[in-house]
Design a protein around this ligand. Structure first.
Ligand SMILES: Cc1cc2nc3c(=O)[nH]c(=O)nc-3n(C[C@H](O)[C@H](O)[C@H](O)COP(=O)(O)O)c2cc1C
Length: 406
């Protein structure tokens, strides 16, 4: 996709990545892709704000060359050191050795550690400004959104906030780079939530701090490093980020994530009854077979919904491994404050619940109900399952004030 003018003298010079299967080596993007948004300010001085992953080197330099000769770049602004934004730095340094790298105090050592670059690195302080001619860039430290060295860059005349990972999403750009040109905002909002739950959620307290810190700045356009540029309605993505960051402190919106795993269909049979019971209440419901659906997608649901139902059989005296894995990732990502219920089949002595309770203690999720059964579910157990789902969903919908009953 060729460079796109955002405002006079300011261009998007990003690249789409359709070949990386796992973002950060972990999160699937085979279907969705991702963009590495980079920006060129072509004033008396020329500045590039954030770069791209090294595999996109050819395309990236072609994009710069559409606007300026890459050797004439004066400033390279690194908001964040993660290699999806800095991977082409060594090449750019070779092409434009005179260009000054501007970065946060914490990023200086990291530039040396990641790329062996020490000269022409200039640290900027919180609030510091750099005049490029008509346009002025101002820097704001936003630590841990997403790494400790992260900062954001604000162009004062056009009021554009180059926010790096904050307000970003998975999803390659499909021709439209602006929110007002995009015919499928829902796709990017969904991918923004998945991106948030996978990558940013752990730092929700710092996200809220950053939003609060920047609230006094008159922002017209949010230009993140991944996904759409929000120029018509930046408040949409700001409000979503605020809401998602708050979910680190509260259970989330009323609704249920139903996770299940099954070897021979016994637990799955009960899952259908449980889902039937839930659906009678009108509660929102997302169902995931945890052995087949990647945790990346499950985390988005877990992060945003207040209730979780776990259906899994006993496996070698413990919880079924793929369920234990999902919950382990939820522990690492700090998914907390949920109400939870468990059901599952066992063959002779059970044991899944024992291990689950250890994980729930780490998650600080509150167990509301359990339903364990031996072998296949009888008609009676299926009826109990339906009731179990209905009762739990009603509790979730009513704000989850009911006491523990399992
Ligand atoms: C590899 C394997 C290990 C199992 N380990 C246990 C166990 O330790 N304790 C137990 O009570 N049942 C155990 N079972 C039996 C299952 O829990 C039982 O078959 C259950 O009905 C399976 O539910 P599903 O059809 O939903 O997978 C095991 C089954 C398999 C295949």
């Amino acid at each position: 996709m060729p460079a796109v003018e955002i405002r006079n003298k300011i261009h998007w010079i990003g690249v789409n990545d359709h070949t990386t299967d796992l973002f950060e080596g972990l999160w699937p993007i085979t279907q969705e892709g991702v963009s590495y948004n980079s920006y060129l300010v072509n004033d008396q001085k020329k500045a590039i704000i954030d770069l791209a992953k090294s595999i996109k080197v050819d395309e990236f330099f072609k994009r710069i060359a559409e606007i300026v000769n890459p050797s004439q770049v004066d400033y390279i602004i690194l908001n964040h050191m993660e290699p999806d934004h800095t991977g082409v730095l060594r090449v750019l340094r070779k092409i434009a050795p005179q260009a000054k790298i501007l970065c946060s105090p914490k990023a200086k050592d990291m530039i040396q550690a990641f790329y062996g670059i020490t000269d022409q690195v200039q640290v900027v302080q919180d609030g510091e400004e750099v005049q490029l001619g008509e346009l002025t860039l101002q820097f704001f430290m936003t630590p841990f959104v997403h790494w400790p060295e992260t900062m954001m860059t604000f162009e004062k005349i056009n009021r554009i906030l180059f926010s790096c990972d904050a307000f970003g999403s998975y999803g390659a750009l499909r021709g439209a780079i602006f929110d007002d040109e995009c015919t499928d905002l829902e796709f990017y909002q969904k991918q923004a939530l998945r991106y948030y739950a996978n990558i940013v959620a752990k730092f929700s307290a710092q996200v809220l701090k950053a939003i609060e810190k920047l609230s006094g700045i008159p922002v017209d356009i949010i230009a993140p490093s991944h996904g759409l540029i929000w120029r018509k309605n930046p408040s949409i993505i700001i409000d979503l980020y605020k809401k998602w960051a708050e979910y680190a402190k509260i259970p989330g919106e009323p609704g249920i994530t139903l996770l299940y795993a099954t070897m021979y269909g016994n637990t799955e049979a009960l899952m259908d009854s449980v889902a039937q019971g839930i659906s009678q209440t009108g509660s929102s419901l997302e169902i995931f077979d945890v052995s087949r659906i990647h945790t990346s997608y499950i985390l988005a649901s877990l992060w945003s919904k207040s209730g979780v139902i776990i259906g899994a059989p006993t496996y070698e005296n413990e919880l079924f491994p793929s369920m234990a894995h999902v919950l382990d990732i939820a522990i690492r990502k700090g998914v907390q404050h949920k109400k939870v219920a468990y059901f599952g089949s066992y063959g002779w002595a059970g044991g899944a619940l024992r291990e689950l309770e250890k994980q729930l203690a780490l998650l600080k999720w509150q167990m509301a109900d359990t339903l364990v059964f031996q072998g296949g579910p009888s008609q009676e157990v299926l009826a109990q399952g339906k009731e179990f789902g209905r009762k739990f969903a009603e509790m979730v919908l009513s704000g989850m004030n009911s006491e523990k009953n399992g």
